[in-house]
Design a binder for this molecule. Structure first.
Ligand SMILES: *Cc1c(COP(=O)(O)O)cnc(C)c1O
Length: 446
């Protein structure tokens, strides 16, 4: 029996799927497409800000731009007075072009290009310094205005991380900043942890607050810390997820493909999004008798965060048309009119598990049977490994040519991180859907 992992119910998406608009768009656009729900971005951003306010903590939210290439999210970010976390000149241009102010940018990423650093300094952006030689290069750029920096901490609990400055390098960097005088404004420290555990974030944040106090002794400003991103997103229900983890085995996948449970994103998180921030603020950093929120307030330290995926939760889905269905012993192979390049998880030795929803076309002959049908989902390329879903999904009926498959909640990293016009297939366009009362209205993302 196939294991089922439906995405959480989403009334707004359900209404959209029940109307005829997606079929109309698939016809008009003539291929796969992604739809975006920008109001969800607004709500998620507002929720993160509310979590800061509730905790009495001064803070700023920087949208991690790499999670999606759409313009509309940058527009919304700018309109809400939000900041952006960027890591390339292209992302910086995009953010500025959509109206995010230079001073509201934080520049992360390793060994940033000289061009990026130059424009970032000129725009008054905050730069998270990743290495000693980067600090050297930055110090030569401070001219008419001070260079705003954070020093990125190498995570002591993730020794394999290639990012950040270790203890010795941090110590030396503080000395360099102090010696540079007005050319540099050392505003604090940052980190970004892999994984989604909350307590390690509170622990390291607590350590950075202490580092701010030490840095101030050297005459540095040190009044903010960034705890990066990695706020988990809750895609599926707890019971379905637990059952899945307990029971999945290669027999559930096309070609008996073996996935290790540890290679999957944790698709269920009991505490997710802005609630994860609430939990981090309420947690006591190791060695501290106070909550992180209290420590920040006492020390006069501002909290910066850089969520990507969590700001895009439920803000978009990916739509493919069924191009063919064929039977194999015991299950079928559905082939769609796009590729797994539009579902990035498939390229990390892993699988995007929230399952696609089948939207059937009208059935004028009335000969459609209601027998459930199990099938994996392949892409329209000549690669044997191009599967959007290796897992055999239990569809309510046998999919047919012209039906739609909607992969839910793909705005965070899935839809466009890895897209390429492989096989000269056009890149799926992005369709922005706004609600006009009860009526969904669409436009192309530009
Ligand atoms: C990728 C990244 C983020 C965003 O991570 P999410 O998991 O999408 O929240 C934030 N900060 C840095 C430095 C990053 O590299």
């Amino acid at each position: 029996m196939a294991l089922t992992l439906p995405a959480h119910p989403d009334p707004l998406a359900d209404r959209l799927h029940a109307g005829g608009l997606l079929h109309e768009l698939a016809h008009g656009l003539g291929g796969p497409f992604h739809y975006l729900l920008p109001e969800r971005f607004d709500a998620n951003l507002a929720d993160f800000r509310a979590a800061l306010t509730e905790a009495g903590v001064e803070g700023r939210v920087y949208y991690a731009k790499k999670a999606n290439k759409a313009s509309v999210f940058m527009d919304r970010c700018a309109a809400a007075g939000g900041g952006a976390d960027i890591a390339s000149l292209g992302e910086l241009r995009d953010a500025l072009g959509h109206g995010v102010r230079g001073e509201d940018l934080v520049v992360t990423g390793p060994a940033k290009s000289p061009e990026l650093l130059q424009v970032a300094v000129r725009q008054g952006a905050l730069i998270a310094v990743d290495a000693p030689d980067e600090l050297d290069r930055l110090l030569t750029l401070g001219g008419e205005r001070p260079v705003r920096v954070l020093l990125r901490r190498h995570p002591p609990t993730q020794l394999r991380s290639r990012f950040g400055l270790d203890d010795t390098q941090l110590h030396e960097a503080l000395g360099r900043c102090a010696a540079a005088g007005d050319a540099v404004r050392m505003e604090g420290f940052s980190f970004h942890l892999s994984g989604y555990a909350l307590q390690p974030r509170a622990d390291l944040a607590g350590e950075l607050v202490e580092l701010c106090l030490k840095a101030r002794v050297l005459g540095l400003r040190a009044d903010r810390i960034s705890i990066g991103g990695g706020f988990p997103v809750d895609y599926v229900a707890a019971d379905a997820w637990d059952t899945f983890l307990g029971e999945h085995d290669p027999g559930h996948y096309h070609g008996h493909k073996a996935f290790a449970a540890g290679d999957f994103y944790p698709y269920h998180s009991p505490v997710a999004g802005a609630d994860a921030l609430r939990a981090i603020l309420a947690a006591q950093p190791a060695g501290s008798g106070a909550s992180l929120a209290e420590r920040l307030r006492q020390a006069g330290v501002m909290l910066l965060l850089e969520p990507g995926r969590a700001l895009l939760d439920r803000a978009g889905s990916s739509v493919f048309r069924v191009q063919g269905v064929k039977d194999r012993a015991g299950y079928g192979i559905v082939t769609v009119d796009g590729t797994s390049l539009s579902l990035s998880e498939q390229w990390f030795n892993s699988e995007y598990l929230p399952e696609p929803v089948l939207l059937t076309r009208a059935d004028p002959e009335g000969d459609r049977e209601d027998d459930p049908y199990e099938a994996c989902v392949g892409g329209a390329s000549c690669l044997d490994s191009d599967l959007l879903t290796w897992r055999k999904i239990r569809f309510p009926t046998r999919p047919r040519f012209g039906d739609l498959l909607v992969y839910p909640n793909t705005a965070g990293y899935q839809m466009d991180s890895n897209e390429s016009p492989f096989h000269e297939l056009p890149l799926p366009p992005k369709v922005v859907i706004d609600q006009d009362g009860d009526r969904p209205r669409w436009r192309l993302d530009r």
